[in-house]
Write a protein that binds this ligand. Sequence first.
Ligand code: MG
Length: 363
Amino acid sequence: MKIEEIELKHISIPLKKPFKTALRTVETAENTVVLIHTDDGQTGYGEAPPTKVITGDTNESTIAAIRSSIRPALLGKDIANLEEIQDALQTATDRDFSAKAAVDMAVYDLASKRLGVPLYQYLGGYGNQVETDLTISINEPEEMEADAVAAAEQGFSALKLKVGIDSEKDVRRVACIRRAVGDKMKIRLDANQGWEVDEAIRTITRLEDLGLDIELVEQPVKARDFEGLKRVKDNVNTVIMADESLFSPRDALDLLQMQAADLLNIKLMKCGGIYNALKIAAIAETYGVECMLGSMVESKISLTAAAHLAAAKKIITRVDLDAAILLAEDPVMGGFEKEIPWFTLTEAPGLGITGVRGLTEIE
Ligand SMILES: [Mg+2]
């Protein structure tokens, strides 16, 4: 099973409502799709969203990286030799994490298809199901409350509230929502780097004093401020999770050696795919630190890859793959089966994706 061609396409899927965080607003997913074709007629699927404010990647940079660096390094390579392919892929360019992730998952799709097993089994097979939370975009407290109530009615048991623009208002947002959804709902907060260190400590302490029962707070401070992240963690009782601070396995080691985070949020688009995500998960497990598997604004192609990984590994205990629910359409045939809030992986080999509707040509 040799790599014969790496084809790129574009996919455009509107969101049900704009996705708003402290960093950005997205109205339509406009992503690059990777199809790796092999000499025996198989196709592996991958996807890269352009999340410039976090990963630095745009569709243009992803396409250029794959065409000029990754494709020439991988053509002709045998899918049986995963380590050889990963060595070529991960060193083909310096950054371009989303491009690497898209190609990496297509390679894993093929590697597990080659053995005739679903990817979650190829990666370890701890389980075949994941439960996702639902993200509530940052808006006026009343609108967020209405979105949270609708999510509870849909059957979600965990909500991730986007905060981090105005800490006074953030407390009001959370209080409103806790009152509206009751005690049983898990509430996670994601500040997307929006608070200063002292502001984060003050705000989280206030939420604690109000008894709002926050399960965890994600990335309260700037991505590269590991010292600041540690200072927040050391000065509050609430569990602190690193997201934008964590890209590589090296970052995971640094964060955990410093004891700067209680939890790690792994995203394929930050670490360059499943190959490095497995290393991060192994490091976290060694330190006894649980992981979340998160995503960007992605379609069911890359979300299925993430769900296989999350189901496969015991140390990945939380899942934030709700982009599948935020998108207005699902053009992906096959992949995981969705019954809110559960995603179940099928026994089909690889990712189990059989086709994608509406792919368009890239110039
Ligand atoms: Mg986050």
